[in-house]
Ligand binder design. Structure first.
Ligand code: SF4
Length: 274
């Protein structure tokens, strides 16, 4: 029997709206996507064999729900605009670092209107510590301008309008749509979701959009939002890139990672980040 892990409780996010009632699934759990062969990427181990039977997927969902019942987005925000900006800033940066930066930024520039007329250079000093700050400043200023000019100052709530904003791809749009608007349009695939779903044998893809398509086929739509939140917590706490704690993992018996000896073979760990 795997030992029950000691896990930090996911904190409640500030200003979050309550979870909506779960709707009926429109997906087809249990349908096996065709296995696709792809060349092994440099430095990555082969993906786990695909195992996407409905009962197994349901079991994974149950264990995640039991282990991370309160999991939600760790980026602090009080409205859709703040969540959008925080998500743009979180690229290649930790949520903790973003949460240190955003209170000052939002105090100075609370609304898109406050940033729409600014040159990106004016934002750069506020966000420098999150890395890639020139690109991020350009994206934030551009998104603010577009939201003011085309959306009457309101963050749009469709995938098409969100991904038309500078610096916003599907992952960021899914975070805003799922976490703030409670719209299950897709599945957030960040680095944690990408890594853990491959280890669990739910996808063999390395491209986030293809991984998302696999997960949308596999999971009931009602699970799309919470699944990503829970998997991100799992990836942070147990299924880390270089030293997953498989012996403490509640998914261990269901996991199809080709080599689950990471936790006992430190020398192998550096080579096996997925
Ligand atoms: S058993 Fe190990 S590799 Fe598999 S999900 Fe758990 S921590 Fe990750």
């Amino acid at each position: 029997m795997p030992r029950k892990p000691t896990l930090k409780r996911p904190p409640a996010a500030a200003g979050r709206k309550p979870e909506p009632a779960r709707g009926k699934s429109s997906a087809t759990p249990g349908r096996k996507p065709a296995a696709r062969r792809q060349p092994a990427a440099a430095g990555r181990p082969p993906a786990a064999p695909l195992e996407t039977g409905a009962a197994r997927v349901r079991r994974i969902l149950e264990i995640l729900a039991r282990t991370y019942p309160g999991a939600t987005c760790a980026l602090r925000h009080e409205n859709a605009w703040q969540l959008l900006v925080a998500t743009i800033l979180s690229a290649q940066c930790t949520d903790q670092r973003v949460n240190l930066v955003t209170p000052g930024l939002f105090a100075k520039y609370p609304q898109p209107q406050d940033l729409a007329m600014l040159a990106p250079e004016a934002i750069e000093p506020e966000i420098r510590s999150t890395g890639f700050y020139r690109n991020k400043a350009r994206a934030i200023a551009g998104a603010a301008r577009q939201i003011v000019e085309r959306h009457a100052g309101q963050v749009p709530r469709t995938m098409a309008a969100l991904t038309a904003l500078p610096g916003v791809a599907r992952k960021t749009a899914n975070v805003v749509l799922g976490t703030w608007f409670h719209e299950a349009v897709g599945v957030v695939v960040d680095t944690h979701v990408q890594r853990v779903t491959r280890r669990l044998g739910l996808t063999r893809e390395l491209d986030p959009e293809k991984t998302e398509a696999d997960l949308m086929r596999l999971l009931p739509r009602a699970e799309w939002i919470s699944f990503a939140h829970r998997l991100i917590w799992h990836g942070r706490q147990l299924c880390t890139a270089r030293a997953p704690r498989c012996k403490q993992c509640p998914l261990e018996t269901l996991c199809r990672a080709p080599d689950k000896t990471w936790s006992s073979q430190p020398a192998a760990r550096a080579k096996t980040a997925v």
